[in-house]
Write a protein that binds this ligand. Structure first.
Ligand code: FE2
Length: 164
């Protein structure tokens, strides 16, 4: 298990949404999106905020438009509003994924396994009902899909997701 996973786990255990986070969220999300967002467990909210901040600074460094992608980043794990996982469950899933080389994916009858592998699709289906454009939905759906390459925005989202 790499060091960043340990850090990620530690941060998830102590995560809090502070005033700066609230201001950041208000800058990029509409009221109905905030209502959706706050249904995520706190540690997932914090993860999404960190990914979105990373997207913002990486876009700035690379002189790319960031507003759209920041919103995608904030909502990329929204499928997890249906998750009952806590940070420990999540860490167990990461470990199981790594030691079984992904073969645990075949045990989708298990709620946590299903959520771990399918939250992109779940988020896609949820956001589709709100009328997001196809590109937005595509990015949410495929943020863990390693079969899609050479998509600059998707790659940036994955890169920032992995760093946080
Ligand atoms: Fe995700």
């Amino acid at each position: 298990m790499s060091l960043y996973r340990v850090k990620q786990f530690y941060r998830s255990m102590v995560s809090k949404i502070n005033d700066e986070d609230i201001d950041f969220l208000r800058m990029y999300l509409e009221v109905y999106e905030l209502q959706l967002f706050h249904q995520l467990p706190t540690y997932e909210q914090k993860h999404c905020i960190n990914v979105a901040r990373d997207v913002k600074s990486t876009c700035n460094q690379r002189v790319l438009q960031s507003k759209y992608l920041i919103k995608v980043a904030l909502l990329h794990d929204i499928g997890k509003i249906y998750s009952n996982m806590n940070p420990i469950d999540k860490s167990i899933m990461v470990i199981m994924h790594n030691i079984t080389n992904g073969r645990i994916e075949s045990h989708k009858k298990n709620k946590n396994v299903n959520m771990y592998y399918n939250h992109g699709d779940i988020g896609y289906n949820l956001l589709r009902k709100y009328g997001y454009d196809d590109r937005f939905l595509f990015l949410v759906k495929n943020h863990h899909n390693n079969n899609i390459t050479e998509d600059t925005e998707l790659d940036l989202l994955k890169e920032c997701d992995n760093r946080n």
